[in-house]
Design a protein around this ligand. Sequence first.
Ligand code: 6CS
Length: 318
Amino acid sequence: YEWDFITEETPGQVQYEYAQEYADLLNEKSDGRIEVDVFEFGGLGSEVDQLEQLQAGGVELGIVSPGFVSTLVEEAQIFSLHYLLPDDQEQTQEILNESEAVNEMLAEKYVEQGLQPLSFWTEGAMQWTGSSQLRSSEDFEGFLMRTQESPLMIESYGAYGADATPLSWEELYGGLQQGQVDGQENPIFFIEDASFHEVQDHMTISNHNSYVAVTTMNQNIYEELPEDIQEIVHETTEEMRDIGFDLQDELNEERLEMIEEDEENPTEVYELTDEEIEEFQDLARPVRDFFREEEGEEAAEILDQLEEDIAEVTGEEE
Ligand code: 6CS
């Protein structure tokens, strides 16, 4: 077997390093029968272009983010809801591992689009960067936020009073530098690695969401694999859960220090207080109802179930 594995990131970043380890493990477990070529982001077009290649079977494997998949699987926008997943990343990973809403109900929606999700995992809590400081809805008034393609992301920032505009991350550094957009959201490792902090004066530790990555195989290709190969794919995916978690954990911690210590490009790092978080949580809450109404009955059922799955892990009543 010769498989291509697309990622939305570049060497040194979580998705790419994960994919390399995944490729090595597949090769090892199959005694060399599976050989995987990992592609860094950039060569095969935008994130959405790549996704379409995975859907068409031009490539076999990929890591695809819900913010782009939502162009095909509307229900995947559930991960664009702010303050739904807990900020504790171990809890978030446990939810992603165990949740019926995610691994059965939502996974089924991917399958309908020719995509076989193998695992959902976190790349870390997301933070805001801006050309001005973001601590309240007042600060978001008239603020132009860069998002991925999911329309629900636009809705989520609209709820704070901001305007959001989708952009590929390839264009984001230039967009921030030239003031085409005022800010963006990402996990810390990505902010540092893509050097967004160089062209942003402020970073807010908002923990408003977790960046969910989805290891995905083309569904037809997956279905037609002999059972022993499917088993190797499955085993590899399971082993990668802890490896992926540790990768993001270490990188996010290390890169925060790098941002704080970068004297050439000073970035003011501000952590939201509990009260400030509460304001955003209150504003974000109605977006869940918007999701329920806009995306239809099945999407509403997925969200209801996900709220239950989350409460089971956090022990907090919704
Ligand atoms: O902001 C983005 O679009 C990119 N962020 C991450 C963490 N991974 C890939 C993605 O395209």
